[in-house]
Design a protein around this ligand. Sequence first.
Ligand code: UN1
Length: 498
Amino acid sequence: MTKAVLDQKVLKNHMGGEWAEASEVTDVINPATGETIVQVPLSSKEEVNQAVRAAKKAQKEWGLVPAPMRAEVLFEVGRIMKERKEHLAALLTMENGKVLEEARGEVQEGIDMAYYMAGEGRRLFGQTTNAELKDKFAMSVRAPIGVVGLITPWNFPIAIATWKSFPAIVSGNAVIWKPATETPIMAHELMKIFIEAGLPKGVVNIVFGRGSTVGDAMVQHKDIRVISFTGSGETGSHIAAECGRQLKKVSLEMGGKNAVIVMDDADLDLAAEGIVWSAFGTSGQRCTACSRVIVHQNVLKELEKRVLEKMKALKIGNGLKEDIKVGPIINQAGMDKIKKYIQIGKNEGAKLIAGGQELTGDQYTDGLFFEPTVFTDATIDMRIVQEEIFGPVVSFIPVASFEEAIEVNNSVEYGLSSSIFTQDVNQVFKAQRDLDTGIVYVNAGTTGAEIHLPFGGTKGTGNGHRDSGVQALDVYTEWKAVYVDYSGKLQRAQIDVD
Ligand code: UN1
């Protein structure tokens, strides 16, 4: 078994370039073993205020550093992350539970983001264009916004942090970052890397703590001009309401109810593989996880058989062991929610054909493990088909046509990711047009977004912004239109135009 080595027992906040102890702390639990691995601060509003003061001061200078030079720091961050990939992955598995292979993938996502956003330091393109008057020049440039607030989740504690912080940094902002209290180690490690890479003091500040105190104080603070949040729909809409009141920019990413569509001409083995990977990887605790399979009725039975067959190979346990494929559930609240939905599914009349139980005894005694679970004969009115469960639970919904499949896909309140397995090129292009989600996959599962494309979704998944991709820069910059008149006289737009 791989060993994860942590050099601290109590984590600290980081403000204005200094590590700062907090008066109150709480335990961070390894979900695979139940052991306390470290303690994390539960900070107060005053600590947020202090961090914002430091950030404001640092941003004044950082915003004036040429972007290619700001980017040099990110190149170095990427280099160190790459060097430390194994170490980071092991710690990530320890605090989050996801299996090592996936933890390595997540760290890689952060490395990719570092190099990609570092490259942006030499782009950050605006536009030059023509002015309508003689001897006049017009262009648009991206300007930093100032101090930005990032609230990141436990399910991708390092990747999502990089999606938000790297574009914010390269754009010349200073950051106040509240990582999830379940997974603070990745934040702590990334902060150490920022320091080693030469990021000036105060450009990134970490304030650990609860959403109801630290998160709220960030949303309320008038000097934090942007909030970027990934988490639950309930919290997201609360944040958006408050930001709306203050005319504060807000970027939200809030979950999904993602479907794989399997048509009757699909390669069923490939589809089964895609379903198993995207439904049960990360124990289903991804915003992009497949939680619905919309399957043509002609191939329902065969697909069920092949999925169940492939599920037999999934070893469940502590993700630090290389042969484990499905790790634990993050905490008791997550486990209770999954169990609640299993009962709801049964009551609603869906047929349980695999799993459905918490694993207990032997190696499972101290951790939180749930069997990969499949319901079938589900219908669109069922709550298990409409609501996000955030666990290894998938429901098969039989349909009679391509059109019905699209309709069922679009019938939920979320719109993050979708996928279709088919060999028919016409169906492929119709599907990418008609699936109402921010991400569409063809002949692959619903997970696996790459960082240079926009990540986010429609409807209840977000509010029109995107994490990652060049589009992320829109969250952390203001557009500024600049007109330079070199005619030496007053030229009035729209009037002196001949
Ligand atoms: C998330 O679940 O919030 O596309 C992020 C994927 C990963 C990121 C998921 N690259 O599944």
